[in-house]
Structure formats: C-alpha cells, structure tokens
Design a protein around this ligand. Sequence first.
Ligand SMILES: C[S@@+](CC[C@H](N)C(=O)[O-])C[C@H]1O[C@@H](n2cnc3c(N)ncnc32)[C@H](O)[C@@H]1O
Length: 272
Amino acid sequence: MSDDEQALPYAQRKTGDVPGHWLLARLGKRVLRPGGLGLTRQLLDHAGIGGSEIVELAPGLGRTAMEILSRGPASYIGVEKDEDAARLSARAVGSVGTVVQADAAQTGLPDASADIVIGEAMLTMQSDTVKRAIVAEAARILRPGGRYAIHELGLHPDDLDPAIKTELRKDLARVIKVNARPQTMIEWRALLEEAGLVVDWTETAPMALLRMRRNVADEGIRGTARIIRNVLRDKDARDRVLRMRALFRQHGHTLRGVALIAHRPSAGGAGR
Ligand SMILES: C[S@@+](CC[C@H](N)C(=O)[O-])C[C@H]1O[C@@H](n2cnc3c(N)ncnc32)[C@H](O)[C@@H]1O
C-alpha cells in the first residue's frame, strides 16, 4: 500500500468491509459525491463564495475545499468527523484555512459566525434524526441572510413508491456498506425548511459516479487511468466496484445528484 493509501480512513480494513466511498478513495478517486465536480461547481457559483466566511461540513479528502479556496473566500473552516480525513483535508487546505475534527451536528463554532455553510455527500449517510441535527447546526452557525449549500444523493420521481425506496436503501447498505438514505427533492427541501431555512435554488445531475465519462471529467485522464490500473490489480476491490456499478446502473433512473441552496431568513421575515 502506498503512503497516500495508508493515510486514508479505513486503510487497515479488509477490502470487503470498507465503506464504498473510502474504497473508491483507496483506488484513487478524489471526487466522492453523486453529481460530480460539475454539480459542485454550479453549487459554489450560486452560493457566492468570494469574500465570504465559509464553513465546510465533512470536507473528506479536501477536493471541494480546493475549489472553495480558488474562489477567494474571506476564511475557510472545515469540520470533519473522521480523524484521518480531518488530517488529509487539513493538509490539502494548508495555512489558508483550518480543519477541526468534530461532528457536524456539534461543530463547537459560535452562533451566526458563517456566511456560507457547505456540505456534500454527508447528510445522505445519516439517519433522519441526525440529518435534522446537522441541518439545525448549520442554521445555527449561519448569519441571518447566510446560505446553506448541499449536494446529496437524490431519488426520482418525487412520488416514488415507498416500497422501492426501502428496497433501494437495503441494496445500498448491502453493496456500499453505508446506511445511505437518499431522499426525493421534496424531502430534501422539507428537511431544510423544517430548520427555518428558505430554499432559493435547486439543481440535479445524473448519478454517474462510476461512469467513464464522469470519471474523466472529475479525475482527469491520468487520474482515471490510475483508478483503472488499481481496479485491475486488486480482484476483491474490482468485485466490489463492479457490484456498486451494477447497482447504480440498475437504479440509474431513480438515483441522481441533487443540490440545494437555502438561506437563513433575517429575524421577523423570509427575506435576506
Ligand atoms: C462520501 S464522503 C464525502 C466527502 C466530501 N464531502 C466529498 O464530497 O468528496 C463523506 C464524508 O463525511 C464525513 N462525515 C460523515 N458523518 C459526519 C459527521 N457527522 N460530521 C462530520 N463529518 C462527517 C466522513 O468522514 C467523510 O469524510
């Protein structure tokens, strides 16, 4: 295992037990969210990063942190629960920002201290209760008028049969080893609104995490070639990736990347 791979979360776990996103990271993938870098960039463009004080929940390997920093924020703080990921994202951010190791539901940051809170591919893996706690925490640390920007795994259509939802969640837990609970756009919107936020913008993108074209767009040609080389070398990893890809294909019409931006209204009104 290379030094980079040893620094990753779950590096010492057997391939069969590693959560899907860390398995993909082990194979060289750096963009670990359903709508890819394209949807991330749209999200950041609409959020308005330049000159703003940013908190990113769950920066993971720090890939979005790099995108944020390239847009000239006034400040950057990452809040990452996993010790190894916190160290890796802190290394990616360097001296221009800070990463604290903490739970996104209890960041320890002061009330009304951020202009923008961003979180990608981290609410989906939480129970309904924890989802609500994290969104409430984001709302607490936002200044009035501040914006919460999320990019998560969505379900389509909005009136998807509950039995299909349940079956899909079970399949995801079995194959990616994460209790992923994706939601329809109406459900994501309601989650933010229940915390008193006002949704201003939504967008979707195909869930193409393991498709070749998306990987070339997200990881570049060299990065994609490295991932393919690593997949070919490791049979256990290859079997898992093929199972994940088959599941994503099977549910391709149902799964998608969703992005939403909501603002915290000023006291006494929904306006900014
Ligand atoms: C799928 S990865 C996504 C990483 C990154 N946001 C990205 O899109 O590439 C999920 C990340 O969420 C982090 N995470 C999960 N639950 C968390 C929590 N309650 N508080 C902070 N980080 C959390 C994990 O450690 C991991 O880094």
